[in-house]
Design a protein around this ligand. Structure first.
Ligand SMILES: CC(C)(COP(=O)(O)OP(=O)(O)OC[C@H]1O[C@@H](n2cnc3c(N)ncnc32)[C@H](O)[C@@H]1OP(=O)(O)O)[C@@H](O)C(=O)NCCC(=O)NCCSC(=O)CCC(=O)c1ccccc1C(=O)O
Length: 261
């Protein structure tokens, strides 16, 4: 597959996947998701690779979720080679690849971009990174991993706060809440992620594989909820309520959801 939206490289025993749409703050469209899945599978199959780093181009954003401009223009997040919108499969491959996945968060991790880092095994954040959900402002939600797994990570009260107010949280706050494993100066982000990856790469791959499956097993039931939520969201994004959120973002104004109470 020829990548247009991401970069993929393997060096030493580490695969680095870089979301490469910095002009749109590394938000994703159908093509981006398809390429990310392809790259994670390549890292999975490659016996040289012991650990994966997921990061993004530039210093401003890790990923700010679904491409709202594409949604405004096309009514969907855009086409992919296989014609499917596979965000759930991306979440699954990050969980199921039997190698540690480290998110190196180089700026905003917002909306669907926030969910992606939450699903990764480890999060290392640059000091200026900002975390949060935005769906209820733009007519979207992730009521699968985005709620249930987030609540496991930070606790119910904090997870509900994150979704019900759509605030942004600093890297230090993310660290304090258990959303991040470490916070480092921006210049140290990739070197630190690589150092952590090398440390994991020195350990028994079979032990790590079983440990990852075991951690996942305890939350695997959430997957049923993921599919229900995805189908619910696919219907919701066609509604006037969701369109108001999306349109307001593109028009750079506050949404008016009052008719939908
Ligand atoms: C992140 C911001 C707070 C940064 O603000 P600021 O620093 O002021 O920068 P901006 O000027 O706003 O942004 C620069 C430039 O980028 C464009 N842009 C930013 N975000 C997006 C985006 N998401 N899509 C498209 N374009 C974007 C912005 O318009 C600017 O362009 P100009 O041409 O220069 O004007 C702020 O940018 C912000 O709040 N961004 C939006 C965050 C957001 O709402 N994200 C979407 C949340 S909903 C989502 O992610 C869908 C989830 C999803 O797909 C999913 C998940 C799980 C299961 C199912 C699904 C599903 O099927 O949908």
């Amino acid at each position: 597959m020829n990548y247009t939206d991401i970069l993929y490289e393997v060096s030493e025993e580490i695969a680095t996947i870089t979301i490469n749409r910095p002009d749109r703050l590394n938000c994703f469209r159908g093509r981006t998701i398809e390429e990310l899945i392809h790259a994670f599978k390549a890292a999975w199959a490659d016996r040289r690779v012991a650990c994966v780093i997921l990061t993004a181009a530039g210093e401003k954003a890790f990923c700010v979720g679904g491409d709202q401009k594409e949604m405004r223009e096309k009514g969907t997040y855009g086409t992919s080679e296989n014609g499917l919108w596979e965000i759930d499969d991306l979440h699954s491959v990050i969980r199921n690849i039997p190698k540690p996945v480290i998110a190196a968060v180089n700026g905003y991790a917002i909306g669907g971009g926030h969910v992606i880092h939450v699903i990764c095994d480890i999060t290392i954040a640059a000091e200026h990174a900002k975390f949060g959900q935005a769906g209820p402002r733009v007519g979207s939600f992730d009521a699968g991993w985005g709620t249930a797994y987030l609540a496991r990570t930070v606790g119910e009260k904090r997870a509900r706060e994150i979704w019900f107010f759509c605030r942004q949280y600093s890297a230090q706050q993310a660290l304090d809440w258990g959303l991040a494993n470490a916070v480092v100066p921006s210049a140290d982000l990739i070197p630190t992620a690589r150092a952590w990856a090398r440390e994991a790469a020195a350990l028994s791959p079979t032990a790590l594989r079983f440990l990852k499956h075991s951690f996942n097993a305890d939350s695997a039931h959430i997957f049923g909820q993921v599919k229900m939520a995805a189908d619910g969201l696919a219907a919701f994004v066609k509604s006037d309520e969701a369109r108001e959120g999306n349109q307001a973002f593109v028009e750079k104004r506050q949404p008016d959801f009052s008719p939908f109470r």
